[in-house]
Write a new protein. Structure first.
Length: 154
């Protein structure tokens, strides 16, 4: 489900802070999504303010529920983004995940897939050196295909 739900790729995030990076990814999905007051922006930023979604190995997964379909944007930052990570390291890969309300099981499976990708310490290095949206998408597809799909989808 990860690569199928990938709607936008930003190969060179410009922001150096988490709210800016989230805004860039929301804008890549649709300029309307990044507008202050848009339900997607409010949901993701509210969740991020509760606790950092940095999951280690230079990867963050800001996420929220919304009234749309599964939607994912990924961005890569060569310089890193300050995400208030517990390990104190900057984030170089940001997966923005919007999941439909009422689909908690699939939402958790999707987050688990991303966490599995991030568990490979070299993942962020490959993403950082990819250089293009097509190359980033290809890395995600290849990595996703490297492990078996759990029964029940995602």
């Amino acid at each position: 489900m990860l690569s199928r739900s990938l709607s936008a790729v930003v190969p060179a995030l410009r922001a150096n802070g988490r709210e800016g990076a989230i805004g860039e990814l929301l804008a890549a999905l649709s300029p309307a999504h990044s507008s202050s007051g848009h339900p997607a922006a409010e949901a993701v930023l509210s969740r991020e303010r509760t606790a950092s979604t940095a999951i280690g190995n230079h990867v963050a997964v800001p996420h929220a529920k919304w009234d749309g379909d599964f939607t994912i944007a990924v961005g890569v930052s060569a310089d890193g983004v300050e995400f208030n990570a517990m390990d104190g390291k900057k984030v170089h890969v940001v997966f923005l995940v919007l999941s439909p309300r009422g689909r908690a099981v699939e939402h958790l499976k999707l987050l688990a897939r991303i966490a599995r990708l991030a568990s490979d310490e070299r993942f962020w290095e490959r993403m950082k050196s990819a250089g293009s949206a097509d190359a980033i998408s290809g890395i995600i597809r290849a990595e996703e295909g490297a492990f078996q799909t759990p029964k029940g989808g995602c």
